[in-house]
Design a binder for this molecule. Structure first.
Ligand code: FE2
Length: 477
């Protein structure tokens, strides 16, 4: 390779590209790995195959690398493979980068005009026996759940009309349905959004379309037993800016956030819109409906959390205002009006929240997430440039935090709850521990109800696991 990766935040230190496709049988475990953990943990990581064509790029533009940790009888095996997207194959054939700026096709090498740009690098979603690698700017790529070999792009047999599917689709744990949506559904800069249901039988049904108040980022959404909930934030794309070679996103917090609510088994014409003053959230913790109200928990910041997304006001990036705080938004469907009641319940900044997935869309109490102690050391890693220096549990009823700070040389990736008992939170939590002093990684295994006690086992990797975005757990049948 003639070009080198740049010495920039997205490509150096812990964020240096790894590009390792590996099979490691029987990882070394320090401590006692509970035999009750039986199943596979999938993770998606951006990991650029080639140096960026334009000299630098954002972290989340890296090619999708899917990895699996397979747990059985107290043993764990690791596997990682690149997702063979059209984009990956085009660059591999050319042996160099061919795609330009993040989500801006007008900056690409003309040789790849019309080639699917998605890198499928954000979330693994498992549904109806199929595993998908998804990034919100394109369609999912299906990957074999055991070999991790790429099967191909998925539009559910031609049934899906949307050009995009969010990486934050949700599987309803009670019905087995996959609820999916896409934004910029008819192309870059469009206000069109689409949603659909894939039944437990794997058949896609009921695709419906609507127009968002503006072409904003809709990174995540929520389901409840009876509703779909679309929170839309004023991080906005403009087609003319793209055509001029500018960035896909700019934040404009002078505009309101909007929340669209539509009955799950109704018609899109029944959608109602609610609003609050501007701000930003990437991730929903959970939501449910009761007594004519929707309770929506999410990690909310004053400004966009990504340093690479500039504010239209020209204000410089302020980590304090970009910090995400767990908050509850209550929407009263029995009243007229479009207001949202808001209450902060987290005491520390936190993000990449996960719950006991058996309670998705239902009343819940516990979540696990990467957390930040602002008074302690940070290590550079991941898309925001500062790794989470704690991993912990938050009790939504009491606001109590149960979190672990490892050492000044460690940071943490998105936790994964693994159920091993019937009650909420009965089980373990897995989280990659980034070891900055040796540039290697462990997987910490925590008792889900005793995070502050630290890991009861560490699964040691002989390599560095670049910061993943999201993961999912598939229990062994
Ligand atoms: Fe996300």
């Amino acid at each position: 390779m003639t070009a080198n990766f740049p010495a920039t935040a997205s490509f150096s230190g812990y964020n240096a590209p790894s590009r390792v496709e590996a099979d490691i049988f029987d990882l070394v475990v320090e401590g006692e790995l509970p035999a009750a953990i039986r199943g596979t943990w999938y993770r998606m990581t951006p990991d650029p195959q080639y140096p960026p064509m334009l000299g630098d790029d954002v972290y989340i533009s890296g090619d999708g690398m899917i990895s699996s940790f397979r747990f059985e009888n107290g043993h764990v095996d690791y596997k990682s493979r690149y997702v063979r997207t059209e984009r990956f194959l085009a660059e591999r054939a050319a042996r160099r980068g061919l795609f330009g700026a993040y989500r801006n096709p007008f900056t690409d090498d003309p040789a790849v005009a019309g080639v699917d740009r998605t890198v499928a690098n954000t979330s693994p979603i498992f549904h109806a026996g199929r595993l998908f690698a998804i990034k919100e700017d394109g369609l999912p790529y299906e990957v074999h759940p055991e070999t991790l070999e790429t099967i191909g792009r998925c539009d559910w047999g031609g049934a899906l009309r949307s050009q995009t599917v969010s990486a934050h689709c949700r599987v309803d744990p009670l019905t087995g349905e996959l609820l999916l949506y896409g934004y910029e559904a008819s192309g870059d800069g469009s206000r069109d959004m689409a949603y659909a249901t894939v039944g437990a039988d794997g058949v896609l049904r009921d695709e419906q379309w609507f127009e968002a108040p503006y072409a904003g980022m809709v990174h995540d959404f929520a389901i409840t037993a009876d509703y779909l909930v679309f929170p839309i934030f004023p991080t906005i794309v403009e087609l003319d800016r793209l055509k001029a070679g500018g960035p896909h996103w700019m934040s404009d917090i002078a505009q309101d956030c909007w929340v669209g609510v539509v009955p799950r088994r109704g018609d899109v014409r029944d959608m109602r819109w609610f609003r609050r003053p501007g701000g930003q959230a990437f991730h929903v913790i959970n939501a449910w409906n009761e007594g004519g109200k929707i309770l929506l928990d999410l990690c909310v910041s004053e400004t966009n959390s990504f340093p690479f997304i500039a504010d239209v006001s020209g204000d410089p990036y302020d980590p304090r205002r970009a910090a995400t705080i767990p908050s509850r938004w209550t929407i009263d469907l029995t009243r007229n009006g479009d207001g949202i009641e808001e209450r902060v319940f987290g005491s520390l900044p936190g993000d990449v929240p996960r719950i006991d997935d058996r309670l998705i869309g239902r009343r819940y109490r516990q979540s696990w997430m990467g957390m930040v102690d602002p008074g302690r050391a940070f290590r550079p890693s991941g898309p925001v440039g500062a790794g989470f220096n704690m991993v912990g549990r938050l009790d939504a009823d009491t606001g109590e935090t149960d979190a672990w700070y490892g050492s000044d040389e460690e940071s943490f990736q998105e936790p994964q709850f693994v159920p091993t008992g019937p009650g909420e939170g009965e089980g373990y939590v897995l989280s990659v521990i980034e070891r900055h002093d040796v540039q290697l990684s462990d997987v910490g295994v925590f008792r889900a109800g005793a995070m502050a006690a630290g890991p009861i086992a560490r699964i040691q990797l002989p390599l560095r696991l670049r910061g993943a975005v999201h993961g999912c757990w598939v229990a062994m049948g």
